[in-house]
Design a protein around this ligand. Structure first.
Ligand code: SF4
Length: 722
């Protein structure tokens, strides 16, 4: 087949899909085909990464990765250098075994999985010595709890665990407050009883003395004496009734029962919003009663209750009076649910009503077809709309992330659970049923490809969007798609390094349900007219038949190929990019208003400069060889061309470099970036920062370390910024 015929066939596939080519009907893609950038993760169990995650019991972090727990234990017990080598190796063997089991679906207490791994490995790995060494590593583990993998159940488990930790702390504080009030009110009643005439009767006085001393006193005389000591006014009946009633309510409250007071998940965790709302409304009268009682008790404990002032206020307090801050005293209602059209409507209603529920929505599928049909992909629009609609409501905390990133977002999860108001956690976790890759990789690919970016809207973090909204944790937030270097062997086995973007289309290639939207171009058929998908997306061709977009992929045998992409997926990728750009704008990146203002400012400056140069007298001609003006020479002398620098005054405060490389870049008092520590930077980081700066004000200088890998390529990339 000629090149032209091949391209024509590929164009037909790109535009019309498999249906147009009967030879391609149901043609399977090569086994294990995946985006080329994911090739290094073929054996994920062998790589130390964030999973499995340990849901920690006790004090300290709510969760941590098994790897970090093992590292900390090894630092504590393994001797430095060669003497500790065998202990390190053996502990990592156990960790690897545990990770493998969790990836196959096991979950449970760390102790159980660790012991199982030791039992399996010990016979072949050194018997008693092995067991002794790994036992001392286990003993040094500072964390304990359940180990969980990155699977479909993770979002619910993770948030529920963090919720339980928060409720424990809440219960501790609430019970402390209740206990202090009960003791104080009890003291008031007992002191009053001790001063009453009944307490001074001879029999009561006699009963208050021990047997050994009873014979020494005349209790009748003592009673007469005490009786004449002064008039007894006692507690006013209304005050006594208030205190007794308050004690009754405080002692019988059911929100924090039991010895440790932790609320029972069976009463507070729901799987649909409607049931949580019903429970909230049903418990509201008891909440109002306890809330009022706490206030009354505090006033009485301090002797500050004034009937004329406080009685009408407490009569007026009802269900509408409780603010979000008041409701924070009570356990939180937690809803763990899946996303579904009807459920989302009910959920938004509950959030907009300000009901302080915490909701985790588990998103299982981002590539569902749109309800409108026409072969269009909705790519998580429903969930994106849900999260973004929730953000527009008053005082709602919203966190969107993929399951692979949950551990990194644990502090944000805790902030959301502590938020005084409703919170929504939308988490993408792919089910096993539709995977072509491990859950962790698919979830990470969703975030990497912008199909499901991570973002957080925290109303408590500031008064404006700049303070509240964050895109932290997404790779290369200033770009449409993150770009990585891919090294592979060329036709003559020479090493080739290519910059490859990871796009929405790469994410779709991870899902075997969409194989029909891809067609492999074997290496022998690579040729003109095939362009990388990112290039196509940056500038879709006017003549759709002039070229075909492809992504680079590898199969199980490690063979590299190009994969032509069906037009429907490319259109979905364009919509995905637009959605990502909207998020960028919310985060102040590529802000179209700022860009327009900058352009206007530049235009005005150039007009001013032109006007000045027209009015200025022509400069005297310098004699040949004369030195440059002193001022500009001084500026040049100040700057070493080898040193990296930022044109701080031109920084548009997009957060890109400061978020991506916080050790290298920081903001000054005017919130404009400068290099805080050039020595903390590799040349690669400086070049990547320069490439991602939208206003091109980062200059990477020259490499400091001549041994840094890939320097030749980096120097080439740095040229436009020198
Ligand atoms: S230097 Fe560039 S990348 Fe960094 S904050 Fe300023 S504009 Fe953004």
């Amino acid at each position: 087949m000629t090149m032209e015929t091949q391209l024509r066939t590929q164009v037909v596939f790109h535009l019309a899909g498999a249906r147009a080519d009967p030879r391609r009907q149901d043609l399977p893609l090569p086994a294990g085909l995946r985006p080329a950038l994911l090739a290094p993760y073929r054996d994920l169990a062998a790589l130390r990464h964030d999973f499995p995650v340990l849901l920690c019991r006790g004090e300290g972090s709510v969760a941590q990765s098994l790897s970090s727990a093992v590292d900390a234990a090894l630092r504590a017990v393994a001797p430095a250098g060669p003497p500790g080598e065998s202990m390190r190796k053996r502990a990592l063997q156990v960790e690897h075994h545990v990770r493998g089991r969790v990836m196959q679906g096991a979950a449970g207490p760390l102790r159980e999985l660790w012991e199982h791994a030791v039992a399996e490995l010990a016979p072949a790995a050194g018997g008693a010595t092995f067991e002794r060494e790994v036992a001392s590593v286990y003993a040094a583990l500072q964390a304990d709890g359940e180990l969980v993998g990155c699977d479909a159940a993770l979002p619910g488990r993770f948030v529920r665990h963090a919720w339980a930790v928060e409720q424990h702390e809440k219960a501790r504080l609430a019970r402390g407050r209740i206990h202090r009030l009960v003791v104080r009110l009890d003291e008031i009643l007992r002191a009053d009883a001790a001063r009453s005439p009944a307490a001074h009767a001879p029999d009561r006085l006699r009963a208050g003395f021990g047997d050994a001393h009873r014979g020494l006193f005349d209790f009748a005389a003592m009673s007469r004496l005490l009786h004449h000591a002064g008039p007894y006014a006692g507690l006013a009946p209304a005050r006594r009734a208030r205190i007794v009633a308050a004690l009754d309510v405080l002692r019988s409250q059911r929100f924090y029962p039991g010895p440790d007071g932790a609320p029972d998940p069976a009463d507070w965790v729901f799987d649909d919003t409607g049931a949580a709302l019903d429970a909230f409304l049903a418990r509201m009268p008891a909440m109002v009663q306890l809330h009022k009682t706490l206030l009354v008790a505090e006033l009485e404990a301090e002797g500050q209750y004034v009937e004329a002032l406080h009685d009408p206020i407490f009569v007026a307090i009802d269900e509408t009076s409780l603010t979000a801050a008041d409701l924070q005293f009570f356990p939180d209602f937690l809803v763990c649910t899946n996303s579904a059209a009807g459920a989302n409507v009910a959920l938004l209603e509950a959030l907009s009503a300000g009901v302080p529920i915490k909701v985790v929505v588990q998103v299982a599928d981002l590539l569902e077809r749109s309800a409108a049909g026409l072969g269009r992909f909705a790519f998580g629009l429903r969930e994106a709309h849900l999260a973004q609609a929730a953000m527009s409501l008053d005082n709602v905390f919203v966190l969107q992330t993929s399951a692979s990133n949950l551990l990194q977002m644990r502090e944000a999860v805790q902030r959301g659970l502590r938020h005084a108001g409703p919170s929504l956690f939308a988490v993408y976790a792919p089910p096993h049923a539709v995977v072509g890759l491990p859950g962790y990789l698919r979830a990470a690919a969703a975030m990497q490809s912008r199909a499901f970016p991570a973002w957080c809207h925290d109303p408590g973090a500031g008064t404006d969007l700049a303070g509240r909204f964050s895109l932290a944790n997404n790779p290369q937030v200033g770009e449409d798609w993150p770009v990585e270097s891919l090294r592979y062997a060329g036709p003559d086995l020479q090493a080739i390094t290519e910059r490859v973007a990871f796009t929405f289309v790469d994410f779709a290639l991870c899902d075997r349900r969409y194989d029909a939207h891809f067609a492999v171009i074997p290496r022998a058929e690579w040729g003109p007219g095939q362009i990388p998908a990112a290039q196509w997306l940056a500038n879709p061709p006017e003549d759709a038949a002039s070229c075909v977009p492809y992504v680079l992929a590898v199969d199980d045998a490690g063979l590299l190929c190009r994969v032509v992409v069906h037009d429907a997926l490319m259109r979905a990728a364009l919509r995905c990019r637009e959605s990502w750009r909207r998020l960028q704008e919310l985060a102040g990146i590529r802000d179209s208003r700022v860009a327009r203002a900058l352009a206007r400012e530049r235009e005005l400056r150039s007009l001013d400069a032109a006007a000045v140069s027209e009015q200025a007298p022509a400069p005297a001609t310098e004699p040949a060889g004369s030195p440059p003006p002193v001022a500009s020479a001084a500026v040049e002398a100040e700057r070493d061309p080898a040193e990296p620098y930022v044109e701080t005054l031109r920084c548009s405060t997009c957060n890109e470099c400061t978020l991506a490389f916080p050790k290298i870049f920081a903001y000054n008092d005017d919130k404009q970036a400068f290099i805080r520590d050039a020595r903390a930077a590799t040349y690669r980081q400086l070049v990547e920062a320069a490439e991602s700066c939208q206003v091109s004000v980062i200059h990477p200088g020259q490499p400091r370390d001549p041994a840094e890998p890939g320097l030749e390529e980096l120097i080439e990339r740095a040229k436009p910024f020198l």
